[in-house]
Write a protein that binds this ligand. Structure first.
Ligand code: 5GP
Length: 253
């Protein structure tokens, strides 16, 4: 078994690949994982970009992204029914620089896991997912909200959207989600966890391993995390909203 190390200098990530040579002279990838380079610069950048605090009950350190929290407080808008609009930097106009920082932080959190694919749902999950796929050199698959007439062999599930107050079907081709896949799911929001439950179902149908789920913003008061953790899946989010009552954004920090 040969060990290869690849540096992704644009985001301070090191990937370690283990390849086994076969008799025909080729090689097969048998294991891959990512590490974050802890240079002085990186530590300095961490201090500026991220806040971390200790939960005194669990003794766990929780990281939140300062740049993201500041942006939500500056440009986020509250709507009736517990909806946060972030159209200025995530859902309509997008900030690629912030999106890169989001991708780097999610990669950092899942650095020690073994993944071979990034999974998301169209449309708003595609931006963070493609950033992560680009930085890690991994393919990105998005679940489609409309079944293409040309695609057979689809896995599908129904999801209830509370922002649109209706059910919709999402599907993924069996060619792109298989029993060989170890996937990391990423999306813009975690609310009631309906989209997450749909993704868990699709991964189960495909026989793929869902290594973890990562969200840019979690609205903790809608408790979507429970369904994910009850299914034994790791859940990470970069900004946690505790309440949107009285049109005021209360962020955990
Ligand atoms: P869930 O399925 O967890 O209830 O909701 C997650 C999905 O609904 C996300 O993919 C996101 O697109 C959308 N969503 C949920 N809450 C919000 C919100 O407050 N603002 C926006 N912009 N989208 C939301």
């Amino acid at each position: 078994v040969q060990k290869y190390i690849k540096y992704h200098t644009n985001c301070g990530i090191k990937s370690v690949l283990f390849k086994k040579e076969n008799k025909s002279g080729g090689s097969k990838l048998i294991k891959k994982y990512f590490l974050l380079l802890q240079s002085d610069n990186r530590k300095k950048a961490d201090g500026e970009l991220f806040r971390h605090f200790q939960n005194l009950e669990t003794n766990k350190t929780i990281y939140t992204m300062k740049a993201l929290i500041d942006r939500i407080l500056k440009d986020g808008k509250c709507y009736e029914g517990g909806i946060l609009k972030v159209d200025k930097f995530i859902n309509h106009q997008m900030d690629p620089n912030l999106m890169k920082q989001v991708a780097v932080e999610l990669i950092r959190r899942y650095a020690s896991t073994d993944i071979n694919k990034i999974l998301t749902v169209e449309a708003s999950g595609i931006a963070p997912a493609i950033m992560m796929g680009f930085l890690l050199d991994l393919p990105v698959v998005f679940a489609k909200k409309k079944k293409p007439s040309t695609m057979s062999g689809m896995l599908s599930t129904t999801i209830f959207s509370f922002t649109k107050q209706r059910e919709y079907t999402v599907c993924i081709s069996k060619d792109y989600l298989t029993p060989n896949d170890k996937v990391l799911f990423v999306d813009d929001f975690l609310a009631y966890g309906n989209a997450a439950k749909g993704i868990i179902d699709l991964c189960q149908q495909a026989g793929a391993e869902l290594v973890g789920m990562g969200f840019i913003i979690e609205k903790a008061f809608q408790h979507g995390r429970d369904a994910i953790e009850d299914a034994g899946i790791r859940c990470e989010s970069l900004a946690i909203i505790d309440s949107l009552n009285d049109c005021r954004i209360k962020i955990r920090m």
